[in-house]
Design a protein around this ligand. Structure first.
Ligand SMILES: [Zn+2]
Length: 494
């Protein structure tokens, strides 16, 4: 992983590249930026001519200095009035990727003009470190990015910046792990491999973990999990990770994540075109586990429990069928109309389990749940709904801070009416109309009056190439920072 440090913008630049951020409308470099430029060959001043500085616009000049090739980069930051951490990270990600194509091993980034009067230096440093960490991500065994060291040049004392860099590094480490999990093929990352791997990672950070096997899942009456996993040779698992449970006065949050390791659609099989991407249908589970560990590493004054039902949805002799009626852990019965509407069944079970075993103050579930949310909101925004307006507001604030926005969809009895069953309490599919909401509504039947929020990350969990500058293709790990910021808001409220 790239190392990101900080030092004052004095002395000469010894890195292989210098990045100078410029807001739109800037005519000439600041005094400090000019001095850094001169110490590095003085080409940035020349590059300024006609540079518009739209966000993510770059100009690069490469010079031979002695035996080294060095690069000067002008980085457009866009409008100063729209300066925020996410826009800064977007631009920084573009610069990082440019330097990777030029094989620069190290970079110095001048920060002060970038943040002066617009952004808190700590938040800016966090955004830059996050961007550099995520943009240098590589899938699987592909060669590591050449860029391994970034230094922020900042006049603020290092001791005020370093904690923000440390937080960002922790976040990037978990987001990297989530991306690795989500990008892993389903023949490698089975329910048991995933839950074993996750447990050993979480235990290292002091979380208490338990993995329920198929028998224990059956004893808990989680028949939705059993039904969805029934068609696969890979038995289901249910991972529970706890943080801070000894402090019984602290607010208790249950984070539930969808862990469908591969979703073929089951008997209601999907078309083939995008089916290979269905290895990513466990992004919710990966994200809630990461956020719970980060809450522990940040020592947030909360109790947090992550619950991840993990299954493979396959056709097969043991598969559940359209027409089957399943009794969920909540006691409610559901008729299966589509075996491809499986996530809501395992989540309804997991939410019921969370409620009966923990009596939490609030339950949040996160899932790659519906194609409908992708149609409605695209790939950059997650859908959110639930029965608790305050938690939805808190999550929206968390989305603004993390750069992982959520947008509320209405959820009330009218949508629950759309999934009323003919031969059972409910049916698992309410038709194409309002499909993200009727899916959420079924999960909500398990939450009852407990505060509950459902986040549909089917669009935002996967980057098809249209994501922000710091995103690489494939898994995004979007949702991890969102949940962490939400937990921080809860912790601050006490
Ligand atoms: Zn499905």
């Amino acid at each position: 992983m790239i190392h990101v440090g900080v030092r004052p913008p004095t002395g000469s630049v010894t890195e292989n590249a210098l990045v100078l951020g410029v807001y739109r409308g800037t005519r000439r470099l600041s005094v400090v930026a000019s001095r850094l430029d001169r110490s590095f060959g003085g080409v940035a001043a020349l590059l300024m001519d006609g540079f518009k500085a739209d966000r993510g616009e770059t100009r690069i000049a490469s010079l031979k200095r002695g035996r080294r090739l060095v690069h000067t980069v002008l980085l457009g930051l866009g409008d100063r009035t729209q300066a925020n951490a996410e826009n800064l990270a977007d631009a920084a990600g573009v610069a990082a990727r440019l330097l990777i194509t030029h094989r620069a091993p190290s970079v110095a980034v001048y920060l002060d003009d970038t943040v002066a009067g617009t952004l808190d230096a700590g938040a800016a440093a966090h955004a830059m470190a996050k961007a550099f960490g995520l943009a240098t991500y590589r899938v699987g065994k592909s060669p590591a990015a050449s860029l391994t060291r970034a230094t922020l040049l900042c006049a603020q004392p290092a001791r005020s910046i370093s904690p923000h860099l440390r937080r960002a590094q922790q976040l990037v480490a978990w987001m990297t792990r989530v991306r690795d999990w989500v990008n892993q093929p389903a023949n490698v990352l089975t329910p048991s491999v995933f839950t074993d791997d996750a447990r050993s990672a979480l235990v290292k950070h002091g979380l208490r973990c338990r993995v329920l096997t198929e028998r224990a899942i059956a004893q808990e009456g989680m028949n939705g999990v059993l039904a969805v996993g029934g068609g696969s040779r890979q038995a289901p698992r249910f991972l529970i990770a706890e943080y801070g449970m000894a402090n019984t006065r602290r607010p208790l949050v249950c984070l539930v994540g969808k862990g469908v390791m591969f979703d073929s659609g089951g008997i209601s099989i999907k078309p083939w075109e995008h089916m290979h991407e269905m290895k990513s249908d466990m992004a919710g589970a990966a994200s809630v586990l990461a956020a719970t560990s980060l809450a522990a590493q940040s020592k947030l004054p909360l109790r947090v429990v992550a619950l991840a039902p993990c299954v493979e949805n396959m056709p097969g002799g043991g598969a559940f069928r359209p027409g089957d009626v399943i009794t969920l852990a909540s006691g409610k019965t559901v008729e299966v109309l589509s075996t491809d509407a499986e996530g809501r069944l395992i989540l309804a079970d997991a939410v019921a389990y969370a409620k009966s075993h923990y009596r939490p103050d609030v339950i949040v579930d996160m899932a790659t749940l519906t194609g409908g949310v992708l149609i409605a909101l695209g790939t950059r925004i997650a859908g959110i709904m639930g029965n608790s307006p305050r938690d939805i507001d808190d999550m929206r604030a968390a989305g603004d801070r993390s750069g992982e926005p959520v947008w509320p969809l209405p959820l009330d009895d009218r949508f629950e009416a759309m999934i009323k069953g003919d031969v059972s309490d409910y049916k698992n599919y309410g038709g194409r109309n309002a499909s993200p909401i009727t899916a959420g509504a079924l999960i909500g039947t398990s939450a009852g009056t407990t505060r509950w929020v459902h986040i549909d990350i089917a669009g935002s969990s996967w980057n098809d190439g249209t994501g922000p500058g710091y995103q690489t293709r494939g898994a995004t790990a979007s949702g991890v920072d969102l949940l962490l910021r939400y937990l921080e808001i809860l912790a601050a409220r006490g």
